[in-house]
Every structure is written in structure tokens, then in C-alpha cells.
Design a protein around this ligand. Structure first.
Ligand code: PMP
Length: 410
């Protein structure tokens, strides 16, 4: 055991302490969204009680408080991602909006007919569809790196796809469907040899492991606040300063301009240039509180605890007859996807729900990778720092019971 006190962390999350369908709630749907600690809930409440105002524009006390809180959250985000400057941190609604921002700003300005964009088979739809749209608009080509039978990216095949035509590589650091941790640093370095830009989708990584965007050397890194114990409706795009400086504005409106006449508008530098309109001020502040909370726990400690938990969950689940784990890469984080012989995925999800256990049963917005394994859906328990070994025991026991109830003769 890692020595990390998951039980103590659990006490910080009020929603976990309730009875659902007659059983104590066991939250194993963390890849879909994570629960919020008191530190975040209380920070949101304090913001609305004492600080709420629009930012930047007005010159009065509450505007100053709200601006300090918002810009303070930007600094906390910078520190969490180990970015060089707060000017590299853009607040958006989430990973989906972040990827669309890059596609429409940098992408529209830099991708031309005949160019190639590389993604992997592991991607969430949010890291597929925006690139398909951009390719269709520009006459560019989307190439996809295949994965092996364990669900890991095949680097030799990736190398074969890279060429001088490659303008962008965009891939996930952790697969939301299988839990695969991709060799992100190596993949960025490989892309660099061809002068390609690189976006890393960190939506499923940030809650499980320490992240260092400068060590990764990616051009952009996106995340969703709600998947890292923060509020919904807030997310982050980290962008390298040199890249952001040369990226055109995306949405137009207030906040992102220096000067407007009917003839000509001058834009602000980053990050304001990419934050048109009134932002999600309170939720950014809440996200900052989530990063503070994680800093206190220590992401190294969280990673060690979850590694032990994932190893244990994999071991216990694979002991169940007729259960097949999908995604068996050596490096994994947070997710154990599985199917049960002869029992529908949806049926397993519903049966677990009746026992108070929340998991996702479906395609996880990543249809291509499931189809790579001949499936349309899996059962996906997914972990967070507050999950315990007894949560895994309860899950395993419940799956055994479901199997016994559904297939009494086996
Ligand atoms: N990428 C990955 C890997 C994800 O898991 C998700 C969310 N499931 C997203 C992108 C999209 O995140 P959001 O829905 O918060 O924008």
C-alpha cells in the first residue's frame, strides 16, 4: 500500500457519504466526472457571497476582488501544469472547447490543402471530430496511428505516418475508454523531428498523475475542470507563448480587444485574446481551489495510491470467470474497462446501480477504439484519489453476484 490516506481524502467529499438504492454510494464513474471536495464547494460559495462581480472592466472593490480571484486561479493553474507564464493559460469551458479553440484559431490559420494531421485510435470524439471538420474545410488529410492488442499506440506505425506533410499531431495522454497511458513525451519528440505542432489531450491525465507541460514540450495541453475535482463549465488550454502569439483570435467580442472602430479592431495579447466575453469567473476560481487541494495532497502520492488500486482492481476482476478486460497496456491510469461473456454491458451497469455502485456502461464517446476490439460498449469502472480497496472489493463482489444471478447454470 502507498501510505496515502484515501479514507481521510474521502471525508473531504460530502457527496460520497450517502445511501443510493439502499447501499452506501460507491463512485466509480470518475472518468465521466469527479466529485468535488469541500475546498471547492466552499470556495464557490465564498465567491458568490463576498466577491462576485464582472472582472477587468469596472473599477470598484468587488471588481478588484473578482479580478484577483480569477487571475489568482490562472496562477494556480500555471503552477499545477508547471507552465512558464500565466499568459499561456486560457480559460475555456472544457477540453472539448479547448480542442475546438486550437482547431479554429491556429488550425484555420495554419492548415492548408495537402497538409496532414495525425491522431491515434485511442482518441475521444472531442479529439477526432474538430480535426475532421478542419480537414474537410481545408482539404487536409487525417491520419490515425493504430494501437496493438493491449491498447497501446504502435510507435513504429506512428513513425511511418510522420512526414514533412505532418503539420499537427494531437493525441490523448490517457485513454478514457481503456486507461492506456501513451508515451506522450516520446510522441511529442518524434513529431518535433518533422517540425509538427503537438496538442496533448490531458482530460483523463490530470487527476491521476503530476503533469509538466514544459517537460512534455507540447504546444497545447487541454483539460476539463470537472474531471479534476473542479466545477463543470470550466477548462484550460495551455499554449506555448510563441505559438499563442502567432495564433489568430477565435471568438470575437468584449475583453479580447484593445481598440475597436468600424474600420479596424486591434486585439489583446494572450490570454485575453482567446477569452471573448464574460468568462466563467466563479468556476475558474473553484478550479483554482481544486488545484490547491491537489497540491496539498501531492499528485505523486495520488498517483502511487491509484497505481496500487488499479493493480488490485485488475487482479480481482480478472479472477472472475467470463470477464474480459479490454486494454491491457503496461502503463495505465484510472480505468478498467471490461465485458462479461453472455451479459449485456447495459445490464451490468444497471445491476451495479441497484447496488449503489456508479460506473459507466456504454461507448464512452470513443467508438473507434472500442470497435478496434470488436465491441460497441464496455463496463468502465474508473478511479479517483478517494476510492479505496474496499470499493474495489464491493465492485468485484457485485459483479460476481450479477454473473451468478444472470447465468445461474455456469
Ligand atoms: N478527451 C478525453 C480523453 C475525455 O475523456 C473527455 C471527456 N470524457 C474529453 C476529451 C472531453 O471533455 P469535456 O466533455 O469535459 O469537454
Amino acid at each position: 500500500h502507498s501510505g496515502f490516506d484515501a479514507k481521510a481524502a474521502r471525508a473531504d467529499f460530502p457527496i460520497l457519504h450517502q445511501v443510493v438504492n439502499g447501499h452506501p454510494l460507491i463512485w466509480l464513474d470518475n472518468a465521466a466526472t469527479t466529485q468535488k471536495p469541500n475546498a471547492v464547494i466552499d470556495r464557490l460559495s465564498a465567491f458568490y457571497r463576498h466577491e462576485n462581480s464582472n472582472i477587468h472592466r469596472a473599477a470598484h472593490e468587488l471588481a478588484a476582488r473578482a479580478t484577483d480571484a480569477y487571475e489568482g486561479a490562472r496562477e494556480k493553474t500555471r503552477r499545477f501544469l508547471k507552465a512558464a507564464s500565466v499568459d499561456e493559460i486560457i480559460f475555456v469551458r472544457g477540453s472539448t472547447e479547448g480542442i475546438n479553440l486550437v482547431a479554429q484559431s491556429w488550425g484555420r490559420g495554419n492548415i492548408r490543402a495537402g497538409d496532414e494531421i495525425i491522431i491515434t485510435w485511442l482518441e475521444h470524439h472531442a479529439n477526432i471530430v474538430p480535426w475532421q471538420m478542419l480537414c474537410a474545410e481545408k482539404g487536409a488529410k487525417l491520419k490515425v496511428v493504430p494501437v496493438d492488442n493491449d491498447g497501446q499506440v504502435i510507435l513504429e506505425e506512428y513513425e511511418k505516418l510522420l512526414s514533412d506533410r505532418t503539420k499537427l499531431v494531437s493525441f490523448t495522454q490517457v485513454s478514457n475508454a481503456l486507461g492506456t497511458v501513451t508515451p506522450a513525451q516520446q510522441m511529442v519528440a518524434m513529431a518535433r523531428r518533422y517540425g509538427a505542432h503537438v496538442l496533448v489531450d490531458g482530460a483523463q491525465a490530470v487527476s491521476h498523475m503530476p503533469v509538466d507541460v514544459q517537460a512534455l514540450d507540447c504546444d497545447w495541453y487541454v483539460l476539463s475542470g470537472h474531471k479534476v475535482f473542479g466545477p463543470t463549465g470550466i477548462g484550460v488550454v495551455y499554449g506555448k507563448q510563441s505559438v499563442l502569439e502567432n495564433s489568430p483570435a477565435w471568438q470575437g467580442g468584449g475583453n479580447m480587444i484593445k481598440d475597436v472602430t468600424f474600420e479596424k479592431t486591434e486585439y489583446q495579447p494572450s490570454p485575453a485574446r482567446f477569452e471573448a466575453g464574460t468568462g466563467n469567473i466563479a468556476d475558474a476560481v473553484g478550479l483554482g481551489a481544486a488545484f490547491d487541494y491537489l497540491e496539498r495532497l501531492g499528485m505523486e502520492n495520488v498517483a502511487r495510491h491509484e497505481h496500487d488500486l488499479l493493480t488490485y482492481a485488475t487482479l480481482r476482476l480478472s479472477e472472475i470467470q467470463g470477464l474480459r478486460i479490454i486494454g491491457t497496456a503496461k502503463e495505465k491510469a484510472g480505468v478498467v474497462s471490461f465485458v462479461l461473456d453472455g451479459i449485456k454491458v447495459e445490464q451490468v451497469g444497471q445491476a451495479l446501480n441497484r447496488k449503489g455502485i456508479a460506473v459507466r456502461a456504454g461507448h464512452h464517446c470513443a467508438q473507434p477504439i472500442l470497435r478496434r476490439f470488436g465491441l460497441e460498449a464496455t463496463v468502465r469502472p474508473s478511479l479517483a484519489l478517494y476510492n479505496t480497496f474496499s470499493d474495489i472489493d464491493a465492485l468485484t463482489q457485485a459483479v460476481r453476484e450479477i454473473r451468478a444471478e444472470t447465468l445461474p447454470t455456469l
